[in-house]
Structure formats: structure tokens, C-alpha cells
Design a protein around this ligand. Structure first.
Ligand code: Z5A
Length: 205
């Protein structure tokens, strides 16, 4: 599940996990940055401190260090055991935030991905698309305390949103864009519909 902040990723990861579990699917919910002890430690490093605490390349390397640990210790073993994995953010976030948002470049991030994870990609990526101001407003209403990314320039967030849409445009077989400005029940229905169609699983209403 991908998208800008406030798009509803965490909300819909949990709805989707409940739907899949009700259908008898053995599913693991996890998140990035994080998901394992080591990756959660990297999360703390990346999300705290000043906006300019990390340079874009260092930051991308930290995200990929966390991701490799997450894949090796949690995601790959779960998949090998036949479980499904629903992840709140994954590699497209590095492409969107560091590649587009921090302007590290898409080629650099793609090379990093190939080096660290080879060809590993999700079977389906749902991109919750939302106006940047609406997303930031939702997050600020939820809590006045902001993390490093929330304090970044609105132009940065607009590049991130545009980046996600370009990723989806370039990889339509894997990515599905959902209008996250719709009411929560409509977003939930759109997520369910996309999973039904793309992963061929019959989820009950
Ligand atoms: N990052 C990166 O730069 N590079 C990387 O490779 C990775 C990550 C993996 C992680 O922060 C940060 O790391 C992230 C990108 C960067 N940037 N930031 N900030 P995080 O995990 O703490 O934050 P987040 O991923 O952006 O999550 P979030 O801010 O909590 O947003 P969300 O999960 O998309 O939304 P939510 O919590 O489900 O909903 C937010 C609020 O909106 C909540 O009050 C809901 O009740 C409400 N909501 C949800 N849906 C709706 C609808 N449809 N209508 C109205 N209100 C709604």
C-alpha cells in the first residue's frame, strides 16, 4: 500500500488484512521503514531529527538497509511459508520520496533496488492518490506533532505525489491507483475490488 502521507494507507492495510483473514488467507501485516527490530531502529533514525539531517543518497541507503533486513527476516520467510504479506509502504516509497521528491534520480534508485533486492517486487501495489494539502491536513488533525517528512516543503510532497503517479503509469501490470479523496467506505470498496480483480481472490462484501 503506497501513497503520500495521510492518504489512508495504515487504515486500509488493516481493512484489507481483516478481509483477507475472513476469507481464510494467512496474512502478515507489516510496514516500512520498519517491520523488524533492526529496521525499526533505522526508522527512528530517519524519522526524527532535522529535515536536513540526511543527504538524499544516505537516506536512500538507510531505507534499503532497513528493507533488506525486513525482506530477509520477515517478508521472504513469510512468503516461503505460503503466507500473504500486506505492507504499508515498500520500494516505491524510496523511488517516490528519494528518487522524485529529493531528486536523487530514478535511475540511481532503480540501480540501488537491483543491487539490494534484485527483481523482487510486490505482486500488487495499491497507490492511494490524494491532493497533498488534503493529506497533510488529515495528518495534522490527527496529531500536531510532525515527523521529518511532514515538515518538508509542500513542493517536495507534490514531487512525491507526481512520482507515485508516474511509477503507476510506467508499471500498470503491478500498480493500481485508487482515489483516496473519496469517503473511507468508497476507498475500502475500491481496495477490495482491485484485490479481487488483480489477485483473483473472492472477498465477501
Ligand atoms: N519514506 C521514505 O522517504 N522512503 C521510503 O523508502 C519509505 C518511507 C519506506 C514514513 O512515515 C515516512 O517515511 C513517510 C515516507 C518516508 N513520510 N512521512 N511522513 P510514516 O509511516 O510514519 O507515515 P505515513 O506512511 O505517511 O503514514 P501516515 O501519515 O500515518 O498516513 P496514512 O497511513 O496514509 O494514513 P492513515 O493513518 O490511514 O490516515 C490518516 C488520517 O486520515 C487518519 O486520521 C484517518 O482516520 C484519516 N482518513 C483516512 N482515510 C480517510 C478518508 N478516505 N477520508 C477522510 N479521512 C481519512
Amino acid at each position: 500500500m503506497e501513497g503520500i502521507e495521510g492518504a489512508g494507507k495504515s487504515t486500509h492495510v488493516w481493512h484489507l488484512v481483516a478481509d483477507l483473514s475472513a476469507h481464510g488467507i494467512d496474512v502478515v501485516a507489516t510496514r516500512e521503514p520498519g517491520g523488524t527490530l533492526a529496521a525499526e531502529a533505522v526508522r527512528t533514525l530517519i524519522l526524527s531529527d532535522a529535515v536536513d539531517a540526511w543527504l538524499p543518497m544516505s537516506e536512500a541507503l538507510l531505507h534499503y538497509a532497513a528493507r533488506r533486513d525486513h525482506v530477509d527476516r520477515l517478508i521472504a520467510p513469510a512468503l516461503a511459508a505460503g503466507r500473504w504479506v500486506v505492507c504499508d509502504r515498500f520500494a516505491d516509497s524510496t523511488m517516490a520520496y528519494q528518487g522524485y521528491g529529493q531528486q536523487l534520480g530514478t535511475e540511481t534508485v532503480a540501480r540501488l533496488h537491483a543491487l539490494v533486492l534484485g527483481e523482487l517486487q510486490p505482486d500488487l501495489t495499491l497507490i492511494l492518490d490524494l491532493d497533498v494539502d488534503v493529506g497533510l491536513d488529515r495528518v495534522r488533525r490527527r496529531s500536531p506533532l510532525s515527523d521529518r517528512y511532514e515538515r518538508m516543503d509542500p513542493r517536495f510532497h507534490r514531487r512525491v505525489r507526481a512520482g507515485f503517479l508516474e511509477i503507476a503509469h510506467n508499471d500498470p501490470d503491478r500498480c493500481h491507483v485508487i482515489d483516496a479523496g473519496a469517503p473511507p467506505d468508497a476507498v475500502k470498496a475500491a481496495v477490495r475490488q482491485a484485490v479481487r480483480q488483480r489477485l483473483r481472490v473472492e472477498l465477501a462484501e
